[in-house]
Design a protein around this ligand. Structure first.
Ligand code: PLP
Ligand code: COI
Length: 368
């Protein structure tokens, strides 16, 4: 077990994880073959972490076990009512071999906010952080060292109580799995094309848009298929007033010709940690940053008039990706190309991979 002190903020003692090693773990050669070209979300490491929660027992039975199928009662509430949340966070290998993650306290807190909205229990942030460290303690060799590669960590929590009544489950499981990752989009960093979803929305006022819950992604799949049918990489959603919200799995950022950076802000959008970090880096460079409504009209007219000089998408999996085209049912708007998105991407990844000074204290070491 990793030794961690009592958390000074919460007074919580670390959990004692029971560790069962995977006796059929991949050989070094098999692992290296996967790490040579990991893709995204296709291969998984040798172990997983889980912690149980019940109304009576609170958080209990923390384990590190061999990666494998989860046994669930067919009546488990998650299978019927979708009471589920997740996170996405990456572990980066630095040149000296050490393994770090990026702003994990933010993911831990967002998992808590998602839990609140989905009536799930809030995992204390120190337990969240410890779960990351426990997995890296056994699967650290899975953190790749190639350019732009990382180990994508996927924490998730779901209602496992076998009960068909519609109420918050009394038994819940938290899991953490990990998957080596290269570029999210095939072809690396090149501008992506975006399909405007006119018929479907992702979130509504008072809904679950700000939570990272599977249902939001389920709702995005049909419009995402529509995007593919229209030869677009991703879909962008509007709210009921035709303001831009976000993509299926990324936030959107607009750069104006006076240097102002604007990003949609509302309680139906996921508060991205990548976006927050990029905006901080932009502020550090002297850019004025605004979080506010951006209507589709403002976007299209801004591009047409030259007021908007760059549009990009950002998220943990995709990092920073310029938007090259916006396509609707009856229009195709080529987007202006600039340099800020790629400069900010470089600056952010330099911090994440330990190539630049971490002035904001964003890195968190996982392997020590
Ligand atoms: N919006 C959605 C819908 C997402 O799935 C993600 C990815 O996690 C983001 C935005 C970006 O969030 P973050 O930068 O924290 O990964
Ligand atoms: C992430 O970026 O971590 C996400 O969860 C988005 C998903 C599309 C992979």
């Amino acid at each position: 077990m990793t030794t961690i002190d009592t958390d000074p903020d919460t007074g919580l003692d670390p959990l004692e994880f029971a560790v069962t090693r995977n006796l059929t773990a991949k050989s070094n050669a098999d692992r290296d073959a996967i790490l040579a070209s990991p893709g995204f979300g296709q291969s998984f490491t040798d172990h997983m972490v889980d912690i149980c929660w019940s109304v009576r027992g609170g958080w209990h039975r923390p384990r590190v076990s061999p990666y494998g199928p989860i046994s669930l009662d067919p009546a488990a509430a998650v299978l019927h009512y979708g009471q589920e949340i997740f996170e996405g966070i990456k572990a980066y290998r630095h040149a000296d071999g050490s393994v770090h993650t990026f702003r994990p306290d933010q993911n831990g807190r967002r998992l808590q906010r998602s839990a609140r909205r989905l009536a799930l229990p809030e995992l204390p942030v120190p337990y969240f952080l410890q779960s990351l460290r426990e997995l890296i303690a056994v699967d650290g060799a899975w953190v790749p060292s190639g350019a732009d590669q990382s180990l994508y960590l996927r924490p998730f929590m779901f209602a496992k109580e076998a009960f068909l009544g519609v109420r918050p489950a009394h038994k819940v499981a938290y899991y953490l799995i990990a998957s080596p990752a290269g570029a999210y989009f095939k072809g690396g960093v090149k501008p992506v094309s975006i399909w405007l979803s006119e018929d479907y929305s992702r979130a509504g006022k008072g809904g679950t848009g700000a939570a990272k819950t599977g249902g939001n992604y389920a709702a995005s799949l049909l419009p995402q298929s529509e995007a593919y049918e229209n030869e677009c990489d991703q879909v962008v959603f509007l709210d009921q007033d035709r303001n831009v919200e976000e993509l299926g799995g990324m936030n959107v950022v607009f750069v104006y010709k006076d240097g102002t950076i604007v990003t949609p802000q509302s309680d139906s959008i996921l508060e991205g940690i990548t976006r927050d970090s990029l905006l901080q880096l932009a502020r550090d460079r002297g850019h004025h940053v605004e979080g506010r409504n951006v209507s589709l009209t403002e976007w299209r007219e801004g591009v047409a008039s030259g007021d908007i000089v760059e549009v990009f998408a950002c998220g943990t999996a995709a990092v920073v990706t310029p938007i090259g085209t916006l396509k609707g049912r009856d229009f195709i708007d080529e987007q202006p190309s600039g340099t800020l998105a790629l400069e900010l991407r470089e600056e952010l990844t330099n911090i994440q991979y330990g190539r630049a000074e971490d002035k904001h204290g964003w890195l968190y070491r996982l392997d020590a």
